[in-house]
Structures are given as structure tokens and as C-alpha cells.
Design a protein around this ligand. Structure first.
Ligand code: NAD
Length: 472
């Protein structure tokens, strides 16, 4: 697929732009191919196509819309191997991780396609009736990041279309290829204008969020950009779903067997090279087991194969882009300058590709940058605690509230702690479990609204109450 001539999809057509940019393979820093940058004119064409397609799509019986969304999953599955290779090439992740994302995209299309929101009869008395129903909003603007490019696009496209909306979606300029190709394939199933895909830079994102004919923005990205999105969306009071950043804590209780859970703790933090909104980014370990957990984590980390995702057995790839590589390198340099101690890693190697070594920081001060900031790279501070109330206060002492984990043999105790964490998802003794029927969203500045589940589907709808009374 890398030889493919990637195009925008507008009104069912492949459209090219005189402006282009280069997609870069993060494992080698070699160019993959050029892709089109949409102009304002392209956005106007896409929005008017989506607007024109909306009435017929909204009037299409939901069973037919569901069937078409399910067929989008079939299209990905039929091209699974090519999608996996393209994802590894443009995003950098290892093969197993790419299989998880592409398989997940198929699964989400099929499962979201089974969802619907029934009318609620509030009361009925003879001919008198009060009914609340769910109606589509219109044209949805979707904006996605570079860590899970296809899956996070599907998380938006599938419910938006099932609910009867049409869409203009923009992938990240760092990882546009899987989404552009998916958009093209989707035209074999969907009527023209229902799903339009425009690749472009950050300014295109801003134009989408300001556009007066778009009724809702479904955005996944950083908290800083989320604030800008909310501001520009105010122009016409757009509905918003914002899935933003996190600084997720893990609390490891004193009754754990460090060796038994080291693998799970490692992946809680380092999956996708920690470019995961719900990666554990601060690990609080009880002082009784701190040394054991630190030792076992280091031992496990040394068994993990880091490299080019195309090489067999690679478990962790590079960071996805130079901007993020420079940001994390600077964070490590600042940490070294501050005299922090590393149990592992700490200094990027000088070799092609945006590789940052797995880095474990030994009990840094609570106010150090590695603790306070979302690194979005493989840098994990291990922090000692003694008292439960104190560690819960430290875990909650952040502007973020995306997810958290608690690890302990005493399930009642661990669950009681989980309920005191200010986060949208708290996992006890496991991590990163997502499903189309499980509500996912952030507290505090990690987001607004919910994705997945019927709550997520409802966010692509207006609620309408119709009350009728018979005339005498
Ligand atoms: P980002 O905010 O830089 O970019 C996300 C998208 O927004 C890109 O498509 C970008 O082009 C676009 N964009 C940039 N400026 C814009 C503007 N002014 N208006 C509209 N759109 C604009 O985020 P990123 O670096 O691509 O992704 C990493 C971030 O995403 C991390 O903070 C991570 O935690 C977060 N994330 C959150 C979730 C979640 O579900 N909560 C999931 C994945 C990633």
C-alpha cells in the first residue's frame, strides 16, 4: 500500500491537492510517500457534500445503516494484512500491536453496528403520550491523533454513521495513510458524501472546529489542543466529545507478588511505547515492595525487544515522530540535569529512528517534570509511598483524570481505593480493557463526554421530547 497514490475522499470521489506533505517511517526516518493537504476549498466541498448527503442518510432505516457500518469492518478485514503493514510503517508499532489495532477496528465496526437507541416512552395514557427520542445532529467533524490512527477514527465514524449523521474526518498529519485508504475503501459501501476524509495540518483542524455547518466535533488529542477546540467550537455552540490527555497513576499495594505482576505493570506503562492516553504514567509502589517491584520491572524490561516493527518479534517500536522524540529527549535531559536516578535507560541512543529507551526513574521528587507532565514516551517514574490516604491524594493531585490502576491481592481493599480515584476508568489488577459496550471518557481536564457504549452513541444524537394530547 505504500506505493498507493493517497487521495482525499470528498463526496465519494478521490481528490488530489496541489499541496502535499511527506509521511515518514518513524523506525527509519525514511520518507514513505506524499499525501495531500486539504485546502479550505476542499473543506467547503466536503462539508457541503456531507450536508447534502445528510437528509437521505438520516432517513435510511437504521438497520441498513448498521449493515453498512458492519460492512466497513468487512472491508478492513478483507485487507487486514495490508492495513497491518501500512500501520507498522506509518506509526512504528510492532506487529502484535498493529494486529490488535486493525483487528479492533474490524470488531468495533461490527459491534457498534449492533447498537441503537430506542425511543423512551415517558408516559402513555390513551392517546396522550410523552416520548423522548434520539435524532441525528447533522454533519460531524472528527479529528484524531497519531497513536492509534485507524482505531480512534473508527471509534468516531461507526457511532456517528449508525446514529444517522454524516461526517468529515481529519487524521493526524503524522499518520494519515491508514485513514485515507479506509476512507477510499468505504466508498464501495457508503453513499457519496456520508464519509469524507481530509488530511491536512493543524490549521485544517481549526477550520473544521470553526465551521458553521458542522454540528459536533468528536476530538481525540492533547488537552492543550482540546482547549482550543472548545474555544473555536463556541462559534455555533457545537456539541463536543473531547478525549484528551492523561497522567494516569498506578497504586501498587504491599500484598502483591512483584515477580507475578511485573509483566502486567510493564505493559500498563509501556504498551505502544507509552504513546497511549491511558498508559500508566506514574507508578506509586508501597515501600514494603518498592525494591522488589523495581528489580522485577527492570528484569522484565530487559527481555522486551525494541526495534523496527517490521522485524519479527519486535514488541516496542520508536516514538511516532520527531516532534515527540525531541520533547521526550528534552524531558530526559532535564531529568538528568536535575540529578534524578535512573534504574534503566535515561539517554537516547544515536541511531536512525525516533527510538527512546525504556526508562525507569527511581523515586523522583513529586514535583519533578517526569511526575507532573504527560511524557507520552517510555519514561516511567516509580514513586514510594507508605500511607494509603497520602497516596490517593498524590494520585488525584493532577489536572488530569483519564484512567488509573490499582494492584493488590485483597480485592475489596483494592476496589475501595479504586473508587476514590478521580478518573473516568479505574482498572483493578488489569489494564487497557476496552470494549464497544464499555463507557470510556475522562474526568477533569482529560475530556468531555464519553466514547463507546450507548452513552457514546447518544453523544452523536440530539434528544427530542414529543408530547401529544388528544383534542376534545
Ligand atoms: P494533538 O492535540 O497535537 O493533535 C490531535 C489532532 O488535533 C491532530 O489531528 C491535529 O492535527 C489536530 N489539531 C491540532 N491543532 C488543532 C486545532 N487548533 N484545532 C483543531 N485540531 C487541531 O495530539 P497528538 O499529539 O496527535 O496526540 C497525543 C495526545 O492525544 C496525548 O495527549 C494523548 O493523551 C491524547 N490522546 C487521548 C486519548 C483519549 O482517548 N483520551 C486517546 C489517544 C490520545
Amino acid at each position: 500500500m505504500t506505493q498507493h497514490n493517497y487521495a482525499l475522499t470528498i463526496n465519494g470521489q478521490r481528490v488530489f491537492s496541489s499541496d502535499t506533505a511527506q509521511a515518514i517511517n518513524p523506525a527509519t526516518e525514511a520518507p514513505i510517500c506524499d499525501y495531500p493537504l486539504a485546502t479550505r476549498e476542499h473543506l467547503e466541498q466536503a462539508v457541503s457534500a456531507a450536508k447534502k448527503a445528510f437528509p437521505a442518510w438520516a432517513a435510511t432505516p437504521i438497520t441498513e445503516r448498521q449493515q453498512m457500518v458492519s460492512q466497513l469492518g468487512d472491508l478492513i478485514e478483507a485487507n487486514q494484512e495490508a492495513f497491518i503493514n501500512l500501520l507498522i510503517t506509518e506509526q512504528g508499532k510492532g506487529r502484535a500491536a498493529a494486529e490488535w489495532e486493525i483487528g479492533g477496528s474490524v470488531y468495533w465496526c461490527r459491534e457498534i453496528a449492533k447498537q441503537s437507541l430506542d425511543e423512551e416512552v415517558v408516559s402513555r395514557d390513551g392517546d396522550n403520550e410523552i416520548v423522548t427520542r434520539y435524532t441525528p445532529i447533522g454533519v460531524i467533524g472528527g479529528i484524531t491523533p497519531w497513536n492509534f490512527p485507524l482505531l480512534l477514527a473508527v471509534w468516531k465514524i461507526a457511532p456517528a454513521l449508525v446514529a444517522g449523521n454524516t461526517m468529515v474526518l481529519k487524521p493526524s498529519p503524522y499518520t494519515p495513510l491508514c485513514t485515507l485508504w479506509f476512507g477510499e475503501l468505504a466508498q464501495t459501501v457508503l453513499p457519496p458524501g456520508v464519509l469524507n476524509i481530509l488530511s491536512g495540518g493543524n490549521e485544517l483542524g481549526q477550520w473544521i472546529t470553526e465551521h458553521p455547518a458542522i454540528g459536533k466535533i468528536a476530538f481525540t488529542g492533547s488537552t492543550a489542543t482540546g482547549r482550543k477546540v472548545m474555544q473555536s467550537a463556541a462559534t455555533n455552540l457545537k456539541r463536543l466529545t473531547l478525549e484528551l490527555g492523561g497522567n494516569d497513576p498506578a497504586i501498587v499495594l504491599p500484598d502483591v507478588d512483584a515477580k507475578a505482576i511485573a509483566k502486567d505493570l510493564f505493559w500498563a506503562s509501556f504498551a505502544n511505547s507509552s504513546q497511549f492516553c491511558v498508559a500508566c504514567k506514574r507508578m506509586y509502589v508501597h515501600e514494603d515492595v518498592y525494591d522488589d517491584v523495581a528489580r522485577e520491572l527492570v528484569a522484565y524490561a530487559k527481555t522486551v525487544k525494541v526495534g523496527n516493527g517490521m522485524e519479527a518479534g519486535t514488541e516496542l517500536g520508536p516514538l511516532q515522530n520527531k516532534m515527540q522524540y525531541d520533547k521526550v529527549s528534552q524531558l530526559l535531559a532535564d531529568s538528568r540535569d536535575a540529578g534524578l536516578k535512573f534504574l534503566l535507560g535515561g539517554t537516547p541512543e544515536q541511531k536512525p529512528g525516533y527510538f527512546i529507551p525504556v526508562t525507569l526513574v527511581d523515586n523522583p521528587p513529586e514535583d519533578s517534570r517526569v511526575v507532573v507532565e504527560e511524557a507520552f514516551g517510555p519514561v516511567l517514574p516509580l514513586l514510594k509511598y507508605r500511607d494509603i490516604d497520602d497516596v490517593i491524594a498524590r494520585a488525584n493531585n493532577t489536572e488530569y483524570g483519564l484512567a488509573a490502576t490499582v494492584w493488590g491481592k485483597d480485592l475489596e481493599k483494592a476496589s475501595a481505593i479504586a473508587r476514590r480515584i478521580e478518573a473516568g476508568t479505574v482498572w483493578v489488577n488489569h489494564v487497557h480493557v476496552f470494549a464497544p459496550n464499555i463507557a470510556f471518557g475522562g474526568h477533569k481536564q482529560s475530556g468531555v463526554g464519553i466514547e463507546n457504549s450507548l452513552h457514546g452513541l447518544a453523544e452523536y444524537c440530539n434528544m427530542q421530547t414529543v408530547m401529544r394530547k388528544a383534542l376534545a
